[in-house]
Ligand binder design. Structure first.
Ligand SMILES: [Zn+2]
Length: 141
């Protein structure tokens, strides 16, 4: 299975039950469930201004929940960060998390651990490494 097939299988599995657990989200995130079912997607990460969803076609997209600009493909960085966050409660996603690649730099903020005090997410997205010069885009909170 390639990455998109793993994501698609995860989404189908998550959507198969109306009350599928989503332990990677805060308990107050239940509001996103009807939205996810409406769009045939599984929420991976809730930001202040957008939610990152895995979609049934295996892609990872953002839904702007602040400015009404709708859907857009997640940047490579947001995709990586959101999959990492969701993998805590969705072990099927662990298999597709990228490994430290040649040319990546150890993250100075977390010292390479990928972890900060909860609920904060390190600027490396939780991996402990960064791709020098990568556009991490506008934060979504
Ligand atoms: Zn870091």
């Amino acid at each position: 299975m390639d990455d998109s097939e793993v994501i698609a299988a995860f989404v189908r599995s998550w959507l198969s039950s109306p009350d599928s657990p989503m332990p990677w989200l805060a308990p107050e995130a239940e509001w996103v469930r009807p939205l996810a079912h409406e769009h045939r997607a599984a929420p991976l990460y809730l930001g202040w201004t957008a939610t990152v969803f895995a979609r049934e076609n295996g892609e990872v997209w953002l839904l702007d929940t602040e400015w009404g600009t709708g859907w857009s493909p997640a940047s490579a960085f947001l995709r990586r960060m959101a999959l990492k966050r969701a993998s805590v409660g969705a072990p099927a996603l662990v298999a597709i998390l990228p490994i430290h690649r040649q040319g990546a730099a150890v993250c100075d903020h977390c010292g390479g651990t990928g972890r900060l005090r909860e609920p904060f997410i390190c600027t490396c997205g939780g991996y402990g490494w960064l791709i020098p010069g990568e556009d991490r885009g506008m934060g979504i909170g």
